[in-house]
Design a protein around this ligand. Structure first.
Ligand SMILES: Cc1ncc(COP(=O)(O)O)c(C=O)c1O
Length: 404
């Protein structure tokens, strides 16, 4: 049976330590449940060994638990092969690994990389810079006024020289849920591989990577109830032998001579040095927690909170919501008439309401929608309708204060 949602907040100690906190910034980072914090502490207190090295129990236990997390990740993603899972520092590192460890050597003058206008900088700048370095072109699929991808342009954007299509599953600004399965199949008809930035979706929505046929999937543990500094790169087996490490060192090798190094196979060749063992164990605990949820139920719950918040903003008046995607998740961006988003966020902060203001690391998107900054509210399973009430009350107070 799934964990009941009405008591789930009790499992997040941050809210016991800060009872006044209204946390509406889970798109930036989510809070951690007791079980994840306990797993992190337990590992340091009771095991605390490096992996893949020692022959004593502590180290072999740590190695077994560490390797077991590959299986947990592959189950979470809907992937049949745990060896397709590499551990990284997070989404940003995973994308850079594909950009510079795989695509770079294939990318010739005049080739193209396709991205969308709604990418987080983490899935935009690496491709922009790679294109600059290789004399390639960055093709950008535009976003409609509603905040959805304009798919009418996708056929002409993907050509024989497109080496990769990179897109986000869920926009971190607009909450748009992109039809990735349809987009992957369009790209595959043209034999173009697809990288999915799943930073906002993994752990919150059911993932079916094998059946979507995605070629690369990346995400960060800290956005799905897990620790900082830990993330994942999934790569389809056919690409794995060709991905080259960007960092070199111990642990990732089969044999080293003074002249030559023979590397281990994927994923180990991408994991040199002592890994963030506790982080990976914590990621495993976060997945155990998520596996006790019914993701269809939790995603509907957070979508309903988002919908209610949008309706309440509308009633309040003086707020402009950015985009109206028909399929959206737990994120909403808005502006208050005549009040800078930073002033809105600072005012809310005084009422213990944590929201994000700014460009949300998606400046090309904001520019294409004609706004420099927004206030972003994002919901998670520990949010409540009272959080919405408090936020709307605070925004009403801000409006009164500003109109004096
Ligand atoms: C859609 C998306 N992609 C990538 C990232 C970057 O994640 P990280 O900073 O954990 O590497 C974020 C973080 O906000 C994001 O929302």
């Amino acid at each position: 049976m799934a964990l009941p949602l009405h008591t789930i907040k009790d499992q997040f100690p941050i809210f016991k330590n800060r009872p006044e906190l209204v946390y509406l910034d889970s798109a930036a980072t989510s809070h951690k449940p007791d079980s994840v914090i306990l797993a992190l502490n337990d590992f340091s207190e009771k095991e605390n060994a490096s992996v893949h090295r020692g022959l004593y129990d502590l180290s072999t236990d740590a190695t077994r638990r560490f390797e077991n997390v590959r299986k947990k990740v592959s189950d979470l993603l809907g992937v049949s092969n745990p060896s397709s899972i590499a551990f990284t520092k997070g989404t940003t590192e995973s994308i850079n690994l594909i950009a510079h460890g795989l695509i770079r050597k294939k990318l010739k003058l005049g080739d193209t990389i396709a991205v969308t206008a709604m990418e987080h900088h983490a899935n935009f700048i690496p491709w922009q810079q790679l294109c600059h370095q290789r004399g390639a072109l960055l093709n950008i699929l535009p976003v409609t006024k509603n905040g959805e991808l304009n798919l009418s342009g996708i056929d002409s954007m993907l050509g024989p020289r497109t080496r990769l299509l990179c897109l986000t599953h869920i926009s971190n600004v607009l909450g748009t849920i992109n039809p990735i399965e349809e987009i992957i199949s369009i790209a595959h008809r043209k034999k173009i591989p697809v990288l999915i930035d799943a930073a906002q979706s993994t752990g919150h929505y059911p993932m079916m990577v094998d059946s979507w046929d995605a070629d690369f999937v990346v995400f960060s543990a800290h956005k799905m109830f897990g620790p900082f500094g830990t993330g994942v790169l999934y790569a389809k087996q056919e690409f794995a032998p060709y991905i080259e490490p960007l960092n070199f060192g111990g642990g990732a090798i089969r044999n080293v001579t003074t002249e030559h190094t023979e590397f281990l196979d994927y994923p180990y060749k991408l994991e040199p040095g002592t890994p963030h063992v506790a982080g990976v164990i914590g990621l495993g605990a976060a997945i155990d927690f998520i596996q006790q949820l019914d993701l269809a139920e939790t995603s509907l719950f957070t979508r309903n909170l988002t919908q209610k918040f949008k309706a309440r903003l509308h009633e309040l008046g003086g707020a402009r919501i950015l985009g109206q995607p028909s399929n959206f998740g737990s994120i909403v961006s808005f502006q208050m008439e005549n009040i800078h988003p930073h002033d809105v966020a600072s005012f809310l902060a005084q009422a213990n309401i944590a929201v994000r203001a700014g460009h949300h690391c998606a400046q090309p998107l904001l520019e294409s929608m004609g706004v420099p900054a927004t206030v972003r509210v994002s919901f998670s399973i520990y949010n409540t309708e009272q959080d919405i009430d408090k936020t709307i009350d605070a925004l009403a107070a801000l409006k009164r204060f500003w109109s004096r």
